[in-house]
Write a protein that binds this ligand. Structure first.
Ligand code: ADP
Length: 483
């Protein structure tokens, strides 16, 4: 079974958020199912991602595969495909001027992004034809690669994708991609006329992908339900309700080769459940490094996050200000919205003995925070799945989270963490105060840490669910073509 897996980010090549973790680990997890006895049909996967300028892995590790082109306004746009030669999963990279025009993965200019990902989606499809790699399933992720599903379904030029099933994973519904009408005209992408979709949505990338997909995955069971409601459905809830039998909730897994406190090279002191005490040395070093108190009785709150309205960090600023007389310290690592960043810097200025704000993307420091902090705060307004809270639990860092989406599905109250239901700073304060109170009883605290560390957050179960979906899609398509 040949699966074309398309994403805008993939570890270890390029990472902005959790999408990279997923695209870097799910394909591997799927391949490892091949060795299981009950697996009838072997899964082959070809991952394709854009070759951004910021991918700074030595070019020697890539082989140039082919030069080809995609047509824009009747003229050829030159495209080069490269292959990364190491690792189990073949990863191909698409290079072309719309991708290399600016240095960022996601440009601040929406039109540039739209053109970049349109070109990428069409080129990735074309690459399979050139390689003569017959695709059974296209698995696209989020708006960036949605157009590949749409184009494969609607393009009448050739029948290469006639038997190909289409699967879309929605990691973040509100990112719809924006209106692509002009770009679609330039790249010869036909109009979507299904009136079940609202007019505005018929020109936006993610809705077009949803429409074209045979099956849709939302990245947790709760999020799969939430997107059917007006509150979370981004104007698409009525259409999504029409498609509800095609929607599945499959929670993301962690790459436990990368995320393993017992072998993590970034941790000063590696640890596991049986020697949790060692973990305290990490906290001591980290607090020392950032010139905070090393008193073990003061709980350290950690955050590793994109600083975005979604993540609710602005709400935490108010919560922490209100709780400033309680014993806690905080290290936040993140980048994003300049306004929230400046508010965070102000919180640091006002609480120089408690707060450290690191406005950068830093993998090593992220590992150290997970392996040192006592509490992991994740106040997301909405959270389709969330990996950070799972990483935290896996590292014995107890999450305090908003009870929404994947957070609700993966954290249990007083079992593995603490949850709050509303989105006011007061709601957060109640849960945080409860966590601080529990922390003062170390025996009880360690039980919660151990509970979290014992959860199975690996891809094992979820990869199987994806494989089952692939199997069912392939049967549908080989027996009757399109629905
Ligand atoms: P999202 O995908 O919405 O950003 P997730 O919780 O699913 O949220 O995944 C976030 C991933 O990105 C985690 O692996 C987290 O550790 C990582 N991450 C976020 N911000 C940073 C940062 N500033 N430095 C290093 N890693 C980060």
């Amino acid at each position: 079974m040949n699966v074309l897996f398309l994403a805008a980010e993939a570890n270890p090549f390029v990472k902005i958020g959790g999408l990279a973790d997923v695209a870097g680990s799910l394909p591997n997890a799927l391949l490892s199912l091949n060795s299981q006895e009950d697996r009838k049909e072997e899964i082959n996967i070809l991952v394709v991602i854009p070759f951004y300028n910021c991918i700074n892995i030595d070019l020697e590790n890539f082989t140039k595969v082919v030069d080809f082109h995609v047509i824009k306004n009747g003229d050829p746009v030159p495209v080069q495909a490269y292959k990364y030669v190491e690792g189990n999963v073949p990863v191909y990279f698409i290079k072309a001027e719309p991708i290399t025009k600016d240095d960022n993965v996601y440009s601040s200019d929406g039109n540039r992004n739209r053109e970049k990902f349109t070109l990428f989606s069409l080129a990735a499809l074309e690459l399979t034809r050139i390689l003569n790699w017959k695709v059974d399933i296209i698995h696209a992720n989020d708006w960036h690669t949605s157009l590949a599903l749409y184009y494969a379904k609607t393009n009448q030029i050739h029948d290469w994708f006639e038997q190909t099933a289409k699967l879309l994973t929605i990691h973040n519904l509100p990112y719809l991609g924006g209106d692509g009408e002009e770009i679609f005209d330039a790249y010869g992408i036909s109009e979507l006329i299904d009136r079940n979709l609202p007019d505005w949505a018929r020109r936006q990338f993610l809705p077009m992908g949803i429409w074209a997909a045979d099956k849709i995955v939302a990245v947790s069971k709760s999020y799969a339900r939430e997107i059917l409601t007006p509150e979370y459905g981004c104007g698409l809830h009525e259409y999504l309700n029409l498609r509800r039998t095609d929607i599945n909730g499959i929670v993301n897994g962690l790459d436990t080769n990368i995320w393993d406190p017992a072998s993590d090279p970034y941790l000063h002191q590696k640890f596991s459940i049986s020697n949790l005490n060692k973990r305290k040395n990490n906290k001591k070093l980290l607090t020392q490094e950032f010139n905070l108190s090393t008193d073990p009785n003061i709980p350290l709150i950690g955050l590793v996050t994109r600083i975005d309205f979604q993540k609710g960090i602005d709400l935490s600023i108010k919560t922490l200000q209100n709780l400033k007389d309680l014993p806690w310290q905080m290290i936040l690592l993140g980048t994003g919205d300049p306004y929230i960043e400046s508010e965070l810097m102000q919180l640091q200025e006002e609480n120089p003995d408690k707060v450290r704000i690191l406005l950068k993307f830093d993998i090593e420091l992220s590992h150290k925070i997970y392996g040192s902090a006592d509490i992991f705060l994740m106040p997301s307004r909405y959270e389709p799945c969330g990996l950070a809270q799972m990483i935290a639990m896996h590292y014995g860092c107890v999450p305090v989270v908003h009870a929404t989406g994947g957070l609700k599905d993966t954290v249990t109250e007083e079992g593995t963490g603490f949850l709050f239901s509303g989105t006011t700073p007061e709601d957060q304060a109640i849960a945080l105060k409860k966590a601080l109170h529990f922390y003062s009883n170390q025996e009880r605290w360690q039980t919660i840490q151990a509970n979290g560390m014992q959860q199975d957050f690996s891809w094992k179960n979820s990869a199987r669910k994806y494989a089952d979906l692939y199997d069912s899609l392939k049967i549908d398509h080989s027996s009757g073509g399109e629905k």
